[in-house]
Design a binder for this molecule. Structure first.
Ligand SMILES: Cc1cc2nc3c(=O)[nH]c(=O)nc-3n(C[C@H](O)[C@H](O)[C@H](O)COP(=O)(O)O)c2cc1C
Length: 337
């Protein structure tokens, strides 16, 4: 499928839930939840995109970097590039009925696998959501990472151990979903966690533990102290709290606090290979991509997800050549103007 057809097909299938805008920045879809937008005024979603756009890259071409290295290792996983498919749940509700939960989870994990990387799956009040993710991960030999809502600790441990049984190499918890109302309304309470609770979850699970939704250095340090394996600097794509800064704005401060002590992932507004490179320069080890992967998945299933990721890889490769960056493992702030 060509790029234009993919976008057109996605636009039709979303049925208004996502307009597949030329720039996916949360402006047209502000407040559209359920849907693909950001919460309230849409400012947090927009800030993610604007923060990345605010950084400039130094174009540098007098060097010998013609074949940059994109491959990397994240949490022991060999990846073709430092780009991971983000967890997006609630397909039926948020994507205009375009795809079912199992269809979407399967498209993401197998599309990410086709592109040589890994995809995440989500969790929600309906048991189908987490189960669809685990099933999709099992179907690709365990190459996928389920993200569990910040439920009661023993429930998280139970689900993390199910993930390990399905062969998942790691599990996540989107701690920023601490005040999400649809979980509580369904009798499945969620809430914030203390550092002691994070340590308890870590102690009682057997695969690497990723805490997703860290926006301040203090929380990042608490994750390090609790023995957490990775954090995701994230505001949930601007869907949980209005008026947060963009993730690219807070990332340098978090990196300054914990770089080298814990794996640092980041998401929010990553739309191109140049954006990936900027996030690496700001201190991330790898990025997660949300809505663009959803557009690929809704437009053309696993093939569409792989198309989006392969396009990002090509852009990242070009951006590395044009900034003189040899390897994704060795990106410094100097490439930023
Ligand atoms: C419709 C929708 C559903 C989401 N569901 C989840 C989820 O179940 N679990 C989770 O950790 N994050 C969820 N997220 C957040 C994404 O994982 C990710 O943090 C965010 O989309 C990244 O921003 P981007 O879309 O601008 O790339 C969701 C995001 C959207 C748009």
């Amino acid at each position: 499928m060509d790029w234009k057809t993919l976008k057109q097909t996605a636009r039709e299938k979303f049925n208004g839930a996502c307009r597949v805008c030329p720039v996916c920045n949360g402006v047209a879809c502000a407040g559209e939840m359920p849907g693909m937008g950001g919460i309230g005024t849409g400012t947090s979603f927009h800030n993610n995109v604007a923060a990345l756009a605010g950084y400039r890259l130094n174009l540098k071409v007098v060097h010998d970097v013609g074949e940059p290295v994109l491959a990397c290792k994240v949490l022991g996983l060999e990846l073709s590039m430092p780009v991971i498919g983000a967890a997006i749940a609630g397909g039926k509700l948020n994507m205009g009925g375009a795809v079912t939960e199992p269809e979407y989870a399967a498209a993401v994990v197998s599309g990410c696998q086709q592109a040589g990387t890994v995809g995440m799956t989500g969790d929600g009040p309906i048991a189908d959501v987490f189960e669809a993710g685990l099933k999709a991960i099992g179907a690709v030999g365990g190459r996928g990472i389920p993200v569990i809502k910040p439920r009661e600790n023993d429930k998280i441990i139970e689900k993390a151990n199910q993930a390990a049984d399905a062969g998942a190499p790691a599990f996540g918890m989107d701690i920023d979903a601490a005040a999400i109302i649809n979980m509580t309304n369904a009798g499945q309470p969620v809430g914030p966690k203390t550092a002691a609770e994070l340590a308890y979850i870590k102690k009682n699970t057997r695969i690497p533990f990723i805490v997703k939704g860290i926006m301040v250095p203090e929380d990042a340090r608490a994750c390090v102290e609790a023995g957490v394996d990775a954090i995701v600097v994230s505001n949930h794509g601007g869907r949980v709290l209005d008026h947060t800064p963009g993730t690219a704005e807070v990332l340098p401060y978090i990196a300054e606090a914990v770089k080298g002590k814990i794996t640092i992932l980041v998401d929010g507004g990553v739309r191109s290979g140049a954006d990936v490179l900027k996030m690496l320069a700001l201190g991330a080890d790898a990025v997660l991509v949300g809505r663009p992967v959803t557009i690929g998945g809704v437009g053309a299933g696993a093939e569409g997800v792989a198309m989006v990721l392969n396009k990002m890889a090509a852009e990242l490769r070009a951006a590395m050549v044009l900034t003189g960056t040899k390897s994704v493992a060795d990106v410094t702030e100097d490439i930023l103007w």
